[in-house]
Design a protein around this ligand. Structure first.
Ligand SMILES: *Cc1c(COP(=O)(O)O)cnc(C)c1O
Length: 376
């Protein structure tokens, strides 16, 4: 089978769970499976199920989180430019302005010094992104937010299963958003969730995912509906379905036994095999953090990136680019901002194949091809 950059790892168990919903339960919308998925996610994170709101994409999670915090008339959210466009679109969808910040050259994560320079009277939140599953300096982000009176919406789409200095991402903080799209550390087909440590905000988001119908989620979990509801705010059709939740539950059960060890072992193999290869540099991580890598971007130095990318492509090895910085996108300023570290990293970053379906031999083959490309 051709080598893939990333892919879902689903099989018989996921198929059985989905067919149980289709053939036995017959209720495909948001019901008992979603309630169980939220409970199992909360057990995994070690938090109350009241704090978890399952939704239909990670982007919806970010949108609802920002929207729940935004002042009337909108405001500004500081976010690293080096992220999936979902982060920026989610902020914009909430009627707010994403303010693109520079990143740290060695990690690709938010540069707090640069973020501080971009504070304004309209800034109400900061959105750190665990780039390549790296929760770099998360405590410092929270300290910064406390000092400046900001809320925090973590874009933890890459970081499900990771730990920051011994604590699971999503087990502490303010608002934390996960994605369960097809290629993330676990998938529910598409999907995501918000974790909110603010009970009032959690309630608002829980209603907002179901068109703003007050208390509808709790009724659906009890197998009922609200026939005489009130709606006091804007809401969206962002809830998760039983089909998705059934799939996600199986994936969650496989995370610690299969996906975490596989992803970590393959990433460690890349580091071993490419250690000391001139012009390849790995992003820096904190040994106090536990990383479950969703993607494997490396830096290719001295302008050799295209040479490596093309040599791999010739051998049928796909590579990726995570991400074209958002400040270079037309809708988000078209390069008006100047973010030197981000632009430098953008010229260097090349994502190598990583998913639990790869073998150690696959990784070794990629590494040999990288080395050959750099020595020829
Ligand atoms: C995947 C991802 C998202 C969005 O999640 P979806 O579930 O695909 O909507 C947001 N931010 C980052 C950094 C992502 O990688």
């Amino acid at each position: 089978m051709a080598l893939r950059l990333s892919r879902s790892i689903v099989g018989e168990a996921e198929a059985r769970a989905v067919s149980r919903v289709l053939l036995e339960d017959g209720y495909l919308g948001m019901g008992n499976e979603v309630r169980l998925f939220e409970e199992e996610l909360s057990a995994f994170l070690g938090i109350s199920a009241q704090r978890i709101i399952a939704v239909n994409t990670g982007t919806a999670a970010l949108h609802l989180a920002v929207e729940a915090l935004a002042p009337r008339g909108g405001g500004e959210v500081l976010a690293p430019s080096l992220t999936f466009v979902a982060s920026f679109q989610a902020i914009a969808a909430a009627g707010c302005t994403p303010v693109a910040c520079d990143c740290l050259p060695e990690t690709g994560t938010l540069d707090l010094k640069d973020a501080e320079k971009r504070l304004s009277s309209k800034t109400f939140a900061v959105m750190p992104v665990d780039y390549a599953s790296n929760p770099w300096q998360l405590d410092e982000v929270y300290d910064f937010a406390t000092r400046k009176g900001l809320r925090v919406v973590e874009d933890a789409a890459h970081a499900f299963g990771c730990l920051s200095r011994g604590r699971k991402i999503g087990s502490f903080g303010d608002l934390v958003c996960f994605s369960f799209d097809g290629i993330k550390n676990i998938t529910s087909g598409e999907g995501g969730c918000v974790v909110s440590f603010d009970a009032e905000v959690a309630r608002r988001i829980s209603d907002a995912r179901l068109l703003g119908v007050e208390g509808d989620a709790q009724k659906r979990f009890a197998g009922a509906r609200s026939w005489d509801p009130d709606v006091t705010r804007q809401g969206w059709r962002y809830h998760m379905s039983n089909i998705m939740a059934a799939l996600g539950r199986v994936q969650l059960a496989r995370l610690e036994t299969e996906f975490i060890p596989a992803r970590r072992a393959l990433a460690a193999r890349y580091r071993e095999q490419l250690a000391g290869v001139a012009d390849i540099a790995f992003l820096r991580t904190d040994p106090a953090d536990f990383i479950v890598p969703h993607i494997l971007p490396v830096r290719v130095l001295r302008r050799r990136k295209d040479a490596v990318k093309n040599a791999l492509a010739e051998k049928g090895i796909p590579t990726g680019m995570h991400y074209k910085p958002n400040h270079l996108l037309t809708y988000f300023g078209g390069g008006a901002a100047c973010l030197p570290a981000t632009e430098q990293l953008y010229s260097e970053l090349l994502t190598l194949p990583l998913h639990p379906g790869l073998s150690v031999q696959d990784v070794d083959n990629v590494c040999v091809a990288v080395q050959l490309a750099l020595t020829s």
